[in-house]
Ligand binder design. Sequence first.
Ligand SMILES: Nc1nc2c(c(=O)[nH]1)N[C@H]1C(S)=C(S)[C@@H](COP(=O)(O)OP(=O)(O)OC[C@H]3O[C@@H](n4cnc5c(=O)[nH]c(N)nc54)[C@H](O)[C@@H]3O)O[C@H]1N2
Ligand SMILES: Nc1nc2c(c(=O)[nH]1)N[C@H]1C(S)=C(S)[C@@H](COP(=O)(O)OP(=O)(O)OC[C@H]3O[C@@H](n4cnc5c(=O)[nH]c(N)nc54)[C@H](O)[C@@H]3O)O[C@H]1N2
Ligand SMILES: [Mo]
Length: 763
Amino acid sequence: MSDSPNSNTPESFEELSRSEPADKAGGSGAVVSSLKNVLQQSGLLRGGKALAMLNQKGGFDCPSCAWPDPDGKRSPSEFCENGAKAVASETTRRLVTTTFFEKYSVVELAEQSDYWHDQQGRIEQPFYLPEGETHYEPISWENAFEKIGGHLRNLGDPNEAIFYTSGRTSNEAAFLYQLFARTFGTNNLPDCSNMCHESSGLALKQSIGVAKGTVSLEDIHNAELLLIIGQNPGTNHPRMLSSLQEAKENGARIISINPLQEAGLKAFAHPQRMSQLLGGKTEIADDFICLKTNGDQALFKGVAKRILENARTRSDVLDTDFIENFANGFEVFRAKTDSEDWDELVRLSGATREQMEMLGDAFCENERIISCWAMGLTQHRNAVATIQELSNLHLMRGAIGKYGAGLCPVRGHSNVQGDRTMGICEIMPEAFHRSLESAFGIKSPREMGHHVVDAIRAMKAGNGKVFFAMGGNFLSASPDTDYTAEALGNCDLTVHVSTKLNRSHLITGKEALILPCLGRSERDEQKSGLQWITVENSMGIVSRSQGRLQPASQWLKSEVAIVCGLARATLLEEDKIDWGLFEADYSFIRDKIEEVIPGFDSFNERVSQPGGFYLYNAAKERVFETGTGKANFFACDLDIEAAKENHLLLMTIRSHDQYNTTVYGLDDRYRGVYGERRVIFMNKVDMERLDLRPEAIVDVSSQFEDETRTLNRFIALPYEIPEGCAAMYFPEANPLVPLNHGARGSFTPASKSIQIRIAQSGA
Ligand SMILES: Nc1nc2c(c(=O)[nH]1)N[C@H]1C(S)=C(S)[C@@H](COP(=O)(O)OP(=O)(O)OC[C@H]3O[C@@H](n4cnc5c(=O)[nH]c(N)nc54)[C@H](O)[C@@H]3O)O[C@H]1N2
Ligand SMILES: Nc1nc2c(c(=O)[nH]1)N[C@H]1C(S)=C(S)[C@@H](COP(=O)(O)OP(=O)(O)OC[C@H]3O[C@@H](n4cnc5c(=O)[nH]c(N)nc54)[C@H](O)[C@@H]3O)O[C@H]1N2
Ligand SMILES: [Mo]
């Protein structure tokens, strides 16, 4: 184990250069950047073949974000720059081999940057790090499974095992994985949603009875008013910009709500439209409401106040039919909102009263209203209340469960929503356990399992002994990197099913295994022939995905085959499940999914229709499956995290050249930062107050309760960000995120509102 869990710490910063932030996303810059990545990593033939199948019917689903593909006709290149980068990273011809691990010790590898790790290529075969050894060594699949099975069987309690999932895992693999964990006897199924949209899921479940969004692409294209809140689609969901462009051309008004004015929301040049490739563009946001980080709840309360004020003089403002027949709690909510003080809302939100009134009026003037949001809303202490405040606005106007209107949490990982549907969750409804038991003749445990933060605490306390990750990069994605490193280091065994090398392979338990798997783009050949898998996107469409490329190495296994191998090696004689059958032919897994999970009737057949099928979504039909049987208004208390005296409020965000912890490159083109990620964006006034010149080298420390966490040597950059706020890149900034600083109710780390102090480095 290395001493430095986060060692992106160079001594010099010669590579940094800067330009003005971009005034649009897409265009020829996007095309050049996609091609460069694909050519460098995969070559013309392999890369070209991969891109030709990306997001096509009969091809494979983009491993990048969860934005849906168009229902109807698709263009021959239905992908974006960042999808192309994800594919280039997966289809690279470089390999991490036995020679590689002979050359570098684990400590040496841990000293390299995340960017360097990704550059090393695909993992060629299983590798094992024995206790006390310094280098990984090759191991056969059989011996690898045996080691894991041995460790799991030796545990005093199945709850000492933790089974993490990252959201790229297919429905089939996810379903079998949770089946295995529950058969083994635990609900310890933390997943990346715990750090992502958990707050949305919880808020929406309580407000509207489903933990998912309620709109389709067609709704987006036909909305009159679209809010894009706390989201940077130009980088993280670039194909969403085509949808916003279409909405715009149909007359929509788009409002961006964000402390940063992101390029993709200013304007978009569609790389597949010749006129826009040559310099034209579509303006996207009509209005930009620049608020303070975490000011959203106050802003939404102001908007609600305005709507209620308008309703005093106009009878068409409130959807009284909806409020009376479909909703609950309106009067309490109205009284609470009336009691809020305008000056307080302005002070806490950082937006002006005029902006709140403008937004309130826009709600009143339009019927087809959609709110989209991502991490800017979910990763705060008050995230659940904020999202419920946003839902309140929709409920007042009946802007849900009707054409062109609804709530749209824009999901991150390409199958994160499907993984949850399949039962990857630390707590599942009783009906799910019953179906699982009757379909497989097993006993499904009911004791609540660990979410991510609890899993880290359990490992730290010595109660989590085997950590198994189906994808992802748990160490770097989790909060409090140093603490999480210690937690993982306490395990007897850590195992990662991965495509590429990452830091979680290097900060390990006493023993460690890396199990290399096929990526989405690759052929998955099993006993019955070529397999395909299914995924669910952000709008609840389930579709097929089939890779066609030659696998990066002959020793890779599919995630499904890995779960089956793991189950056989662990469960032994008690095992009642025919894992061999599932591994040989994935259609048998889908039959079982159909038996256990509502909404998957005739699964194999329906998902084989071009484009797949929409899962039933009750809220979309105005059936609200909440405790009250109605959609619920929430009257939450104002609860805003503002920067404390002498502190700034830090958000941790993604650059344009990364996919979560996978760093494809060192540029953030749209924000005008090149060659360097160890930067902190600050307001000019704050820099002057702290006597920092542009590009000063600073140390950043975060204060939480009585603990201080510090990161040394970051470059301070003046940027258009509200006073009192700052931004750094994830995952470099994760050592600053306190483990216990999480969203109330959902436990999502509050990685967008961290109290920090900044000092001149070495001062
Ligand atoms: N290329 C690429 N695509 C990705 C990913 C990737 O890393 N790279 N990651 C995937 C995943 S897992 C996810 S979850 C999504 C993430 O997609 P995003 O949520 O767009 O990602 P972030 O970079 O975290 O950006 C959050 C945005 O919220 C804003 N923000 C921060 N704090 C606040 C606030 O208090 N209020 C408001 N209103 N705004 C705020 C920031 O300025 C920023 O624009 O993208 C997915 N797609
Ligand atoms: N500070 C801060 N922390 C955050 C966030 C933030 O905004 N700020 N965002 C949070 C969010 S939204 C999320 S979703 C999490 C992400 O957390 P994770 O999902 O755990 O992290 P990723 O970086 O997406 O995982 C990358 C690794 O997945 C593996 N991989 C890639 N493709 C495949 C595949 O097809 N199969 C398998 N088995 N493995 C594969 C590769 O080995 C790669 O190294 O991070 C969270 N952490
Ligand atoms: Mo995410």
